[in-house]
Write a protein that binds this ligand. Structure first.
Ligand code: SF4
Length: 344
């Protein structure tokens, strides 16, 4: 991984001045225009935004008109763009701007970020493009460019990675921060394309790019979505016959731990009565059921919250494989999740 270098600014800005697309919200540096376009672009492709933006500005040319339009009409103008909370937040922010700033737009990052619906990226874009404040504006495009440029293999969806890149950019902001931010975004949109398809021969940063040098343009950026963890309760049974053997079974299918062996389990936390009934259904006749202990195992996306019981039975049988602890230790793959219940 290499440091972000201030040397990227010059070639990047030169490239941008020659290659920037003439987008309607770039005609001037009016905060209202930059703000509305950035909010529209958050979840929508640039081509679709072009049409909506022009119609929107024809009806709502300034903050005041946006703050006053009846909500139904506003949503109608937004129809088809989706994520309607964006439109409602725009109007809430427009009302706040009218009330607190008399309709003039707040002119610092710290003030802009306090407005409804405006996050770090949008505040950075408005403050740098419209007010020349040296703050970065880091969106997905910028993260991709930076991860490749520096050869950084950390997860770009991790807020800590974004924070580091933002701090790094802050150190190297040139005298034209707005143009610099726009240039990075534009490079991500036009050249340093996603899904392993950057057009490096057309890139002004090719000479300085770690991913290009090390053949990592396809591998970077690393994007790992953190899915919400699921918690599952299980009742785990250590079933012992009269000869010191315990019952195990193979996990079938293609799911979690398939092909491994497991202790018999029931879904949910079950009572002794239910455990006895289940054992009967499996062809066993339990003589004693005692609570053993609780344990937790953390998989990638699931936590198992387990309650363990010892079940004594006179005879082995049923659908299980019966093994001594030594056999289990030596011959059968048993997931770590079950280890708390069994001393091998
Ligand atoms: S050289 Fe290629 S991978 Fe590196 S920043 Fe440019 S387009 Fe992206």
């Amino acid at each position: 991984m290499q440091e972000l270098s201030a040397g990227i600014a010059k070639p990047l800005l030169e490239w941008f001045r020659e290659n920037r697309r003439p987008l309607p919200w770039r005609e001037d540096r009016e905060p209202y225009h930059v703000w509305v376009s950035e909010i529209m672009l958050q979840q929508t492709r640039i081509e679709a935004v072009m049409r909506y933006y022009t119609d929107f500005m024809a009806v709502l040319p300034d903050v005041k008109s946006l703050s006053e339009i009846p909500e139904e009409q506003l949503l109608k103008l937004w129809e088809g763009l989706g994520y309607y909370s964006r439109a409602r937040n725009l109007q809430r922010a427009a009302k706040a701007v009218t009330e607190q700033y008399g309709g003039g737009f707040p002119d610092t990052y710290d003030a802009i970020i306090k407005l409804p619906g405006i996050g770090e990226y949008t505040a950075g874009a408005i403050a740098s493009i419209c007010f020349n404040e040296k703050v970065p504006a880091v969106d997905g495009n910028v993260l991709r460019v930076l991860a490749r440029l520096t050869g950084d293999g950390r997860n770009v969806l991790d807020p800590a990675t974004k924070k580091d890149f933002t701090a790094g950019l802050k150190q190297i902001m040139p005298e034209t921060p707005g143009e610099f931010n726009e240039a990075l975004m534009e490079l991500g949109e036009l050249v340093c394309l996603p899904n392993g398809a950057p057009v490096c021969d057309r890139c002004p940063l090719r000479e300085q790019c770690a991913a290009q040098r090390d053949g990592l343009t396809e591998a970077l950026p690393v994007r790992i979505k953190k899915t919400k963890r699921r918690q599952e309760e299980k009742t785990v049974l250590v079933i012992e016959d009269g000869e010191d053997r315990i019952a195990i079974e193979k996990r079938e299918g293609r799911g979690l731990l398939s092909g491994m062996y497991q202790l018999p389990m029931l879904d949910g936390y079950q009572s002794e009565e239910v455990i006895r009934q289940a054992a009967n259904d499996w062809g066993l006749a339990p003589t004693e059921i005692t609570f053993l202990k609780n344990a937790k195992h953390v998989f990638t996306h699931i936590d198992w919250l387990m309650k363990g019981f010892t079940v004594k039975t006179d005879e082995a049988g049923g659908r299980f494989t019966w093994v001594t602890r030594q056999q289990l230790a030596e011959q059968y793959p048993l997931p770590t999740a079950f280890k708390p219940f069994i001393t091998l």
